[in-house]
Design a protein around this ligand. Structure first.
Ligand SMILES: [Zn+2]
Length: 518
């Protein structure tokens, strides 16, 4: 039996961006979309254009700059939403409008205040309008898994008749189970007369930890598209994790008779990129992309894997882009070796970028004995998002101890000159944050802060993430340095730069005026 091809619909930039605490800038979204195109996903859902001007801008940038996958934009079943979605995606080579409306009685009654008959008309009208604008229209029945099955079949029949070529069956609240969901797919295939004119898609949430299992059950029952996100990001407990779905399909290909044409060697680095840009860490025990996913701790297992990896490995680390024998670079490694390593890791950059990265690498190698692939990837991610940098950290000095107040002084470079200030706090990180806040001259609003090591070892690179809040929006910043205080200060300054790029400088009366920018 020939394997069926399953379309991978990535919604990291739409549902994933709704992860609590995640707020990506346009350039970061484009960077992720480019990585998704390298992964060779079939569809990128780039955003929900009517939600905000920022969302609209990101979707239209991705539509014009990211080539290869279909670019989809989400729209409720209203003319304004659909028209806005169209304007945002129209420059894509393959644009798709994804329109949705809820079909469960709970949503009809408490959210939409509509009858079933009214809903059928609304869904049909929305699909018809979207189809008048683009050839590729996806229709979703929100909360499908809690909708009446026969009514659901009527809705899909009408949507397909109106021109939908993909019908999506979301488990919006993560309520279903694999057997039940598989049965629903089968039911829809048997009770929607025109079902052969459309691809069946599923969109599962992970509230009960079954998003991937439910999606795979749907594939087994005949679904042809799965919606998913990198690292399983998404609303609440998140969506089905793409890396798990894709590797399950690849590893159990004989079982599912289905295949996704993803370039799996890019999975690991895409996961790292998304983690770094969203500030959402990947747990070490996470399937496929966690640090421990290919680590063999017990002696018996190690011995077995050394004899033959098949003993305890169902897939190879190389297949997802994790190198087994990491070649370690050091301060004597030249530009050529560095460039070769970048190539081996799958990165192709222009000469300027390589020069910049090589300078950073040399700087790192001076202070760190061994430079691992993970370190190099961290450097690459650090340069990934280009944005106006209002402030850069010029120097910092911190004094702290167990019986003195921690004090810090910092100097920030700006286009207008330098800003200097001092601060004290409960510890060195707190003190350096206070000093930065004094230097910029307005209250920053730290929400959260996290520090971790990129690799093991006493001279490991520290990776700090700081989250700040302004106007109800969260901005995350990231900093990388061997000195963890420096990493923290850089993360804080990075978050401030991102906030300023979106919100601009706070009004004068709000600024508490700490410093001279001259
Ligand atoms: Zn969702």
């Amino acid at each position: 039996m020939e394997a069926r091809r399953i379309q991978i619909f990535d919604t990291t930039l739409r549902d994933g961006e709704q992860t609590p605490g995640v707020s990506l800038q346009t350039e970061e979204k484009v960077e992720i979309a480019l990585a998704l195109a390298k992964l060779q996903v079939d569809v990128i859902e780039a955003g929900f254009p009517v939600a905000s001007p920022g969302d609209f801008e990101a979707v239209s940038q991705i539509a014009s700059r990211v080539k290869g996958p279909t670019i989809a934009a989400l729209a409720r079943a209203t003319e304004k939403d659909i028209e806005t979605a169209y304007k945002a995606v129209k420059r894509a080579d393959k644009p798709r409008i994804h329109t949705f409306i809820a079909t469960s009685d709970i949503h009809l009654k408490h959210k939409l205040q509509m009858t079933r008959v009214e809903l059928l008309e609304r869904a049909e009208k929305a699909v018809r309008y979207a189809k008048s604008l683009v050839a590729d229209v996806e229709f979703s029945a929100e909360d499908a898994s809690r909708s009446d099955w026969d009514f659901l079949c009527q809705v899909y029949e009408r949507a397909i008749a109106a021109g939908a070529n993909v019908i999506n069956i979301p488990d919006t609240v993560g309520y279903t189970t694999p057997m039940e969901f598989g049965a629903l797919i089968t039911y829809i295939r048997e009770h929607v007369p025109n079902i052969n004119e459309a691809v069946i898609s599923v969109h599962c949430h992970d509230d009960l930890g079954m998003a991937v299992a439910n999606s795979l059950a749907a594939v087994a029952a005949g679904a042809g598209q799965v919606e998913c996100t990198i690292n399983g990001l998404g609303e609440r407990a998140g969506n089905a994790a793409m890396e798990e779905l894709v590797m399950a399909l690849q590893t159990r290909r004989e079982y599912y008779h289905a295949v996704a044409t993803i370039n799996t060697k890019h999975i690991y680095r895409t996961s790292r990129l998304v983690s770094a840009l969203t500030g959402i860490a990947v747990p070490p025990n996470k399937a496929v992309v966690g640090d421990n996913a290919f680590a063999h701790e017990s002696g018996i297992h190690q011995h077995g894997v050394l004899n033959n990896p098949l003993t305890y490995e169902i897939m190879s680390p190389e297949s997802v882009g994790v190198s087994r024998n990491a070649i370690v670079l050091g301060k004597h490694s030249g530009r050529h070796a560095f460039e070769e390593r970048l190539k081996y890791l799958g990165y192709e950059f222009d000469a300027d970028t390589i020069n910049t990265l090589f300078a950073k690498f040399k700087d790192l190698a001076d202070r760190k004995k061994m430079v691992f692939d993970r370190d190099i990837e961290a450097l690459i991610v650090e340069k990934a998002a280009v944005r106006p940098e209002w402030y850069t950290l010029a120097y910092h000095h911190v004094a702290s101890g167990n019986n003195i107040l921690a004090t810090a002084s910092v100097q920030l470079r700006t286009s207008a000159g330098v800003a200097e200030a001092a601060g004290c706090g409960t510890g060195p990180v707190d003190a350096v944050f206070k000093a930065v806040e004094q230097a910029v001259g307005f209250p920053v609003g730290l929400k959260d802060y996290q520090l971790k090591a990129v690799t093991a070892g006493e001279d490991a690179l520290g990776e700090a993430t700081a989250w700040i809040e302004r106007d109800g929006r969260i901005f995350s910043g990231r900093g990388l340095a061997i000195d963890v205080i420096e990493a923290s200060a850089k993360a804080y300054v990075n978050a401030i730069n991102k906030m300023l790029a979106v919100c601009g400088f706070p009004a004068i009366e709000e600024a508490k005026g700490g410093n001279n920018h001259g």
